[in-house]
Design a protein around this ligand. Structure first.
Ligand code: AHR
Length: 501
């Protein structure tokens, strides 16, 4: 039996809503088809945005959306994506499938999408192949409220009022697709470019994201921070609000990756073991950040995370389209619990990617849309957004799986919202056995408000366009409530959410 002890009196810190963020790149069928179909499409839409997709994303309470990339960001020239659509430049999307990008989805469309979803925006600028002037003018175009060349251009294009820009990334993966730079070179460029990301709206300063490491590249983190902090006053904290981190789970490594749906028991545990590696990465990068930023003013933004498998047979390999199973539900549950537990440093994150790409929450085919197992987990976890992490610990569990890919059987995190409602999220990583869970609270007399579960006896289970509801969030009926706690049997392969007041 596993015992989960929760101390409601001990609040550890706030789980920022942005930790539950998403990422949408001009890649494959994410933006085009998945989100944007154009005003003349037969698929129901509002101003070109699919109504089914926007509706599902609103239910998810998406807090922030990152755009336009990814690798695409450092080849994107924003002026190509404004003005009358028929005049917009066409380009080849060299990174992703070599298809024609007609720029029909640009700045105005992205801002419209965020307003329909009701989320904040995270725009990723082009440092790799764009100029300082180009980046600076984009910010002016979006946010300047007055007479200026870019503000006038925005008005000519039909937008009188400036928008608010919430987060701005100064380059993406500049150690790789964003220019193959050294950390010192990038950090100097970062210092220069970010200078011209001006805060025209003093009441709403733009939060700047500096490009951080790939996986365990601690050399990058150290080099970037050393240069960014050199010869500056403390209050500039390296000119950044966030430092990013990208980490994908490839069951069989970067070259082979592995199938999304066809895997054996060993690969199940291998995959989850790799998902758990996120914890070590956060600790490693945080330890370096602590040296420069002991007060933790800079957030770690894990703004690309999730599974990355071999793409679905018969699809364009450059489109990164993959299916999503119960295994992905566990990856999401495990990772989000890790983020919650590290809320002192992890202040933003973005699952890659939102629709039709990698560990997507939604898949579309023509006018059909399905929710993936990952969607349902993110939906159950939405209550953690903006809540306070509570002290909690699980005891009495064994490590399971093959020796090389050992994982703890149960992972958890617990938070309390502003109304005092407690949300507990648990994962059972075993494909062999259920687990009896005994939750004990410090205070007595809690009332059960809700219990939900995402599970399936078959670890390969997934949703398809023919069977869209195979894996979904369901009511979980097995809870026994006592004066001091709640007990239940947690099925194998499951993610559970329990709310008490
Ligand atoms: O999400 C797919 C790609 O992965 C992104 O474009 C890039 O930033 C990362 O390497």
């Amino acid at each position: 039996m596993a015992r989960l002890v929760i101390n409601e009196e001990k609040k550890i810190g706030r789980i920022e809503p942005e930790v539950y963020g998403h990422f949408s790149e001009h890649l494959g069928r994410c933006i085009y088809e998945g989100i944007y179909v154009g005003e003349n499409s037969e698929i129901p839409n509002v101003n070109g945005m699919r109504s089914d997709v926007v509706g599902a994303l609103k239910e998810l309470k998406v807090p922030v959306l990152r755009w336009p990339g990814g690798c695409f960001a450092d080849e994107y020239h924003w002026k190509d994506g404004i003005g009358p659509r028929e005049n917009r430049k066409k380009m080849i999307n060299t990174h992703w499938g070599g298809v024609v990008e007609d720029n029909s989805f640009g700045t105005h469309e992205f801002m419209e999408l965020c307003s329909q979803i009701g989320c904040t925006n995270y725009i990723n600028g082009n440092l790799g192949s764009g100029t300082v002037q180009e980046m600076s003018e984009w910010v002016e175009y979006m946010t300047f409220n007055g007479v200026s060349p870019m503000a006038d251009l925005r008005k000519e294009n039909g937008r009188e009022e400036p928008w608010t820009v919430d987060f701005f990334g100064v380059g993406n993966e500049n150690w790789g697709c964003g220019g193959n730079m050294t950390p010192e070179h990038y950090a100097n460029e970062y210092r220069r470019y970010q200078t011209y990301v001006r805060n025209y709206d003093k009441k709403h300063p733009i939060k700047k994201v500096c490009c951080g490491a790939n996986v365990d590249d601690y050399y990058w983190t150290e080099g970037v921070l050393k240069t960014a902090f050199a010869n500056t006053e403390d209050q500039f904290h390296g000119f950044m609000d966030y430092l990013s981190l990208h980490y994908y789970v490839h069951p069989e490594g970067w070259e082979i990756k592995g199938s999304a749906t066809d895997f054996d028991d060993e690969v199940w545990y291998k995959t989850l073991n790799k998902a758990l590696y996120m914890e070590e990465l956060i600790q490693g990068h945080s330890a370096i950040m602590d040296q420069y930023d002991p007060e933790k003013k800079i957030g770690l933004s894990v703004d690309e995370w999730g599974s990355w498998y071999t793409c679905e047979p018969g699809t364009n390999p450059g489109f990164l389209y993959q299916q999503n199973t119960v295994r992905d539900a566990l990856i999401a549950g495990i990772t989000l619990n890790i983020f919650n537990k590290h809320c002192d440093r992890v202040k933003m994150a973005a699952l890659a990617q939102m629709v039709n790409v990698l560990q997507a929450v939604l898949l579309t085919e023509g006018e059909q849309m399905i929710k993936t197992p990952t969607y349902h987990v993110m939906h159950m976890y939405r209550y953690h957004q903006g809540a306070d992490l509570l002290q909690s610990a699980v005891t009495g569990i064994d490590n399971i799986g093959p020796e090389k890919w050992n994982v703890p059987k149960i992972t958890e995190s617990v938070s309390m919202d502003g109304d005092g409602v407690i949300t507990v999220t648990l994962n059972n990583l075993s494909i062999e056995a259920s687990e009896e869970i005994d939750i004990q609270f410090a205070n007595k007399g809690h009332q059960l408000r809700e219990a939900k579960i995402v599970t399936h006896p078959d670890m390969h289970a997934k949703n398809t366009f023919d069977a869209p509801k195979e894996v979904e969030e369901r009511d979980f009926d097995g809870c026994n409530v006592s004066e001091s706690g709640i007990s239940f049997v947690m099925p194998k392969n499951s993610v559970v959410e329990i709310r008490v007041s």
